[in-house]
Design a protein around this ligand. Structure first.
Ligand SMILES: Cc1cc2nc3c(=O)[nH]c(=O)nc-3n(C[C@H](O)[C@H](O)[C@H](O)COP(=O)(O)O)c2cc1C
Length: 182
């Protein structure tokens, strides 16, 4: 199976590098395809709705390549630091997915190419594992029909309400445990 691993940080050192190295070091039987937002040029949606005519976004950046990677993946890991809110490049990715899937009539339908992907979501800051629920609310509309904005009603790979207690505030340990259980 192929796992698209989105690293939301805008820098290539720091915890995301530690997480990347840890995942590679696990030698999983699954192929890892890293999408490093630090190396990514991505604009926010401009609401031009050209995609409604062509099913393609007219903005010239890395979105199309990321979209193809997500479609090709069996599983998606979203691993992101807290940047006050969600880092802006990850937000831009969510905007662009929303517009493209909505305008091309795929969102909330059986024809959505992301429908049913297995997804894990992780959030962290410098001192602890953070609550990933908000990202789960946002992302579930891309992978399911009948989504809710009030409750996480998609069956995500990971759910651990007491993650800090269980993994001693260490995001690497949390991700490692989930990855080894795949
Ligand atoms: C713009 C910005 C805003 C941030 N806001 C918060 C915050 O509100 N709360 C928090 O705990 N950490 C915050 N952080 C700290 C990051 O979550 C932390 O440094 C994290 O380790 C960065 O991920 P990285 O090491 O993978 O780059 C912020 C960092 C940046 C750059």
């Amino acid at each position: 199976m192929k796992i698209a691993v989105i690293l939301g940080s805008h820098r290539r050192e720091g915890k995301n590098k530690e997480i990347e190295d840890m995942l590679i070091g696990l030698n999983l039987e699954h192929e890892l395809d890293f999408i490093r937002m630090a190396d990514t040029h991505i604009f926010g949606c401009t609401t031009c709705y050209e995609c409604a005519k062509t099913n393609k976004c007219v903005l010239d950046d890395d979105f199309e390549a990321i979209y193809k990677k997500l479609i090709a993946a069996d599983m998606i890991f979203i691993i992101t630091p807290v940047y006050a809110i969600i880092p802006s490049r990850l937000t831009a990715l969510f905007e662009r997915l929303t517009s493209l899937l909505f305008a091309s009539g795929l969102l909330n339908t059986e024809n959505n190419p992301l429908l049913g992907k297995k997804v894990a979501v992780f959030s962290y800051c410098s001192s602890q594992i953070c609550d990933e629920k908000d990202i789960k609310y946002i992302f579930q509309k891309f992978v399911m029909t009948g989504y809710s904005f009030d409750a996480v009603n998609y069956r995500y790979i990971n759910d651990c309400p007491n993650a800090n207690e269980k993994y001693n505030y260490n995001i690497c340990e949390y991700i490692k445990n989930v990855a080894l259980a795949l």
